[in-house]
Ligand binder design. Structure first.
Ligand SMILES: [Fe+2]
Ligand SMILES: [Fe+2]
Length: 380
């Protein structure tokens, strides 16, 4: 791929040009409303034959049964001590700071425990804020899918997902407001991605951008955080959100598999490019540039150092792609058109996930809501 191609797709010639990545910043942090123009057709179907797509119908029936209530099904009475959690996490993962990195001579050399604890707290505020913004993106995208997808089974299913996403925005918002210590505005890379997904006129691009890329990443990120956190409220919140998200990604995989089968090579190439662009925007946002700025340190001075970190944080950034890559493979996107996307994912350092489990059927085993209800019935 030439530098010109990169510039066209991701706005810079070099994938890892840190200065160009950090130049994409949210300068309108007091913005209260954000309008995106989209130009797509709203599609009615007069074919009401429910179950014409059996896998989607099964997903819809599952979604109806596994609804939960964000107010009453989570242990909101749990007290959250952010500082204690940051310290416990540092102890569990081998101490504060950049893991094995030598920070002498860097702006972080003077940081003691106090600064690293504050950084951990800000980092959590930032992460949960971005989850909340991403969830609103999903809410809006799913509403668009209901309007634009031509299949009745998909409209039915997407309608349940709208309710799921409203609940997710609600619970992440409540957790931030009542248990954490500050909000962050949407990260500029995430906002660009959501804008791209919303404004595209083709219904399948909303699916690819949201259901496969954003939700695939969210599912991996929530899973990682679920494993790491010892805070019981957040653990249960993530467990239930993931139970829904696994269905959402399955919805994308099941729908696009059928649709992509009838696209020609140039149309598939456009989808590959869109997947790559989305992957890069998502990777760039996890640099958490706003957290460094809030700690009073220019991100450009510390990120080159932190990016050498091979610890937990670095492992997390790679793991984010553990659902996306196998799902793209299942959709045939990895190897179509001379394996263009395979080369790009190799360049991004994430191709090793290609044979991990895809999310076409995983939702059944991840249905924590049903599992809890069945267990409660047995004990009552
Ligand atoms: Fe969600
Ligand atoms: Fe979702």
């Amino acid at each position: 791929m030439t530098a010109t191609d990169h510039t066209r797709l991701i706005g810079r010639a070099e994938l890892n040009d840190l200065e160009a990545i950090l130049a994409v910043a949210n300068t309108d942090v007091t913005e209260a409303l954000h309008e995106v123009h989209s130009n797509y057709d709203t599609v009615f179907t007069w074919d009401y034959n429910k179950g014409a797509r059996p896998k989607l119908e099964k997903l819809y029936e599952k979604a109806k049964k596994s609804q939960w209530n964000g107010e009453t099904d989570l242990p909101w009475e749990c007290e959250v001590d952010q500082e204690a959690l940051v310290i416990a996490n540092a102890v569990a993962t081998g101490g504060f700071g950049g893991g094995s990195l030598d920070l002498s001579g860097t702006p972080l050399a003077s940081w003691g425990e106090k600064e690293w604890i504050q950084f951990g707290i800000e980092s959590q505020n930032w992460t949960l804020s971005q989850f909340m913004h991403g969830e609103q993106g999903a809410l809006v995208c799913t509403a668009k899918i209901v309007e634009s997808v031509p299949w009745i089974d998909a409209k039915y299913y997407a309608a349940t997902q709208i309710m799921d996403e409203a609940r997710h925005v609600e619970v992440f918002g409540k957790y931030l407001n009542t248990k954490l210590s500050g909000h962050y505005p949407i990260n500029a890379h995430l906002r660009l991605l959501l804008d791209d997904i919303i404004s595209d006129s083709r219904w399948d691009m909303t699916y690819l951008g949201m259901q496969i890329m954003v939700e695939g990443l969210a599912l991996a990120a929530f899973g990682f955080m679920f494993q790491m956190t010892t805070e019981p409220l957040l653990k249960q919140l993530l467990r239930y959100v993931m139970s829904d998200e696994a269905r959402h990604v399955a919805f994308g995989v099941l729908s696009l598999q059928e649709y992509y089968a009838q696209l020609d090579a140039s149309e598939i190439r456009e989808r590959q490019e869109f997947a790559f662009e989305a992957a890069v925007l998502m990777r760039d946002r996890f640099l958490q540039q706003e957290v460094w700025e809030r700690m009073g340190i220019p991100a450009k001075d510390v990120l080159p150092i932190m990016m050498q970190d091979v610890s937990e944080r670095a492992a997390f950034q790679i793991l984010l792609f553990s659902k996306i890559v196998p799902n793209c493979k299942k959709l045939g996107l990895l190897d179509a058109a001379d394996g263009w996307l395979r080369r790009k994912f190799t360049e991004l350092g994430v191709i090793q996930f290609e044979d991990w489990a895809d999310t076409g059927a995983e939702y059944e085993s991840m249905d924590a809501v049903s599992a809890d209800r069945e267990a409660a019935l047995k004990t009552s």
